[in-house]
Design a binder for this molecule. Structure first.
Ligand SMILES: [Fe+2]
Ligand SMILES: [Fe+2]
Length: 274
């Protein structure tokens, strides 16, 4: 069973009465709903342990990969403010990678082995296609942050208030930082459409970048009938199946893209993972 709204602790003094927001201590969905959240790696059975490790390895891999993708634009972005935001995004993604690795570190030698592998990966060696493609134009940076980072936000939201406490507590700050990346991506595309070469590129270049990155973004949600995502819900780790999350994302991306004056290709266009 999935649930949408995190509850506050029972018996907590309300905010109006001078109380504070209570951390959610119980598991909110899945086969163990109502029990106390897991707080240490040792409490997890071997299957759930493997799953948390797998999810964190993928998470950290995307964070470190995107640093490599953004890096060439640190001093090539069109405006000084864009360069500052690029450096800010790189700092945020480093922190997100660090945060995922801190969770992995709690899994002892096994976790450390994965951290060492993650840090050794170079461009082109990452798990997901979207993170092996270089940013060739500034439009790539805009479409990537607008569409690929937005998938990242859906993945993080799926972990909000999940059954593994250390992961649940990492979400609020990561989500607020990702919000800057999404807004930035949308504003780059909007400026390309509205200001054209006075800013950078053109409406056509913005559209071409969307056609390139949107299919890779949809692929990132994973296979529709994924056994891993079904187990992640049962363990209370994720709120949505891959397909549910992808559908929510498509609805949001459609409205946003139209508002900028651009079009999304159909969901089946140039897809590799269905
Ligand atoms: Fe991130
Ligand atoms: Fe990001």
């Amino acid at each position: 069973m999935t649930t949408e709204t995190p509850r506050t602790g029972a018996g907590a003094k309300s905010l109006k009465d001078g109380g504070t927001v209570q951390p959610v201590r119980e598991i909110l969905w899945g086969s163990n709903a109502g029990a106390h959240k897991y707080e240490t790696a040792e409490e997890l059975d071997s299957d759930m342990r493997k799953l948390v490790v797998k999810l964190m390895v993928v998470q950290a891999d995307t964070e470190f990969a995107s640093i490599q993708q953004h890096r060439p634009w640190l001093d090539r972005a069109p405006t000084l403010e864009d360069r500052w935001i690029e450096s800010r995004i790189i700092a945020d993604e480093s922190r997100h990678g660090l945060q995922a690795c801190r969770i992995l570190r709690d899994f002892g030698e096994e976790g450390q082995r994965f951290i060492d592998e993650l840090l050794a990966k170079r461009e082109g060696q990452h798990k997901l296609d979207a993170f092996n493609m270089p940013f060739l134009t500034w439009g790539d940076v805009g479409a990537f942050t607008c569409f690929v980072d937005r998938v990242g936000v859906y993945q993080l939201r799926a972990f909000q208030e999940c059954s593994y406490g250390p992961l649940a507590r990492a979400m609020p700050l990561m989500l607020s930082e990702e919000q800057l990346h999404l807004n930035f991506g949308a504003s780059v595309l909007r400026r390309m459409v509205q200001e054209g070469a006075k800013y950078y590129g053109s409406k056509e270049e913005a559209q071409a970048a969307i056609n390139k990155w949107y299919p890779r973004a949809l692929d990132m949600f994973g296979h529709s009938n994924s056994e891993t995502s079904r187990r992640a819900i049962e363990y209370g780790l994720k709120r949505w199946t891959n397909e549910e999350a992808r559908e929510r994302y498509i609805r949001e991306a459609t409205g946003l893209t139209h508002a900028i004056g651009l079009e999304l290709p159909p969901p089946e266009f140039d897809r590799h993972v269905l």
